[in-house]
Ligand binder design. Sequence first.
Ligand code: 5AD
Ligand code: SF4
Length: 444
Amino acid sequence: MVRKLYIETYGCQMNFSDSEIVASIMHENGYKITNDICKAHVIFINTCSIRDNAEQRVFKRLRQIQSLRKNNSGIIIGVLGCLAERAKTSLLEESKLGMRVDMVVGPDAYRDLPNLIKNVEGGQQAINVILSAEETYADVTPVRYASNGVSAFISIMRGCENHCSYCVVPSTRGKERSRNPGSIIEEANQLYEEGYRELTLLGQNVNSYNWKEPSDKGNINFPDLIGEIAHRLPQARIRFATSHPKDLSDRLIEVIASNPNICRAIHLPVQSGSNSVLKRMNRKYTAESYKQRLTAIRNMIPKCSVTTDIITGFCGETEKDHQQTLKLMEESMFDFAFMFKYSERPGTTGAKLVDDVPEEIKTKRLEEIIQLQQKLSHESNKSDIGKVFTVLVEGKSKRSKDKMMGRNSQNKVVVFKDKGFEPGSYVKVKIEKCTSATLLGEAL
Ligand code: 5AD
Ligand code: SF4
């Protein structure tokens, strides 16, 4: 009988990409992926630790799935990813946790999964949370079990050493390391051959990508790499995530500008508009230097969308700091933003500061920035009415059966009437209407 594996993924794109690596390693060891958790012999929850509520969601889900043990006492439940790395052996303490977790596996230990499963089958709990300075899974071909056949992630680097004071990632994902560019290009080519048309290069900070050729034959940095992929695959769209503002270089902006198939969309998390908050966050840039990067982008890449992340209520944030964030948002006219309340993470340098903004003030400030961003997103979308975009078709629209959806280069979702377009094809769409989240138009 084929053993079945069910994977549930939380968190960032990197985690979704890692789940495809996990699927590949398990597939090589005889497992088949199932979408039905009730049919699984092994269940992996690939977890996120970025905020306390992300962790609470995982615990809630783990509690829920314990009931599956009633009908199938041999079921194996494993916690993977960032929470596994952060909480380590405490996840194996059945009496404290009030439930049983069979395996705990950190993001650099996925090659060990088949071994760990054997240990569990032998009646033990199993753990591997060793972080690696080298692991990039370069030779593992991801199994894209949840793919739409059009868009794919390619992981190009792992880890992060920026040490933003609020962030748990350096401790859950370890040292920064770049993947061999040959294997990245090979994966991109292969995906294109298989029909994929939107390739997103992933890393916690892609701008730090830097591959040193053996025996001092020079190095390949992120602008080199993305330029090379864009050049080799002119019919594919290339995206990347995520960039740190402190090292978004002019050279990268130039490479984007000179390659029309590198998408006109940059995600550039600002986090705050206040210099004193940015300093406490250890972001290593100021509101002014951030705005200078935006000016460079907008001067060199016309029609480029810029999206951002914002944390509200970080330690010591005053009403004045908050107003500076609102001001920076207005000035920057972000096309979209992900916005969060600060959540203290154990073990970070931020946790040594006093988390002194009261919960109700965090909530109020978050509501204010969400409201402002909704207005800005709507304005950005309204300014697209009447324009014609080349849209990469992804599939049927979820909301209405006779419509299709895709994205323009700016990464905005475009919905239009289905005239029998194939996923993976490019269609010109004239925008007629919009909401703050979606563009609606007619295919030409
Ligand atoms: N609390 C709230 N938001 C956080 N982020 C990262 N760490 C925290 C935290 N401790 C946000 C940042 C980051 C995004 C991925 O999550 O905005 O860019
Ligand atoms: Fe969550 Fe960050 Fe880990 Fe991604 S890297 S899963 S966002 S904690």
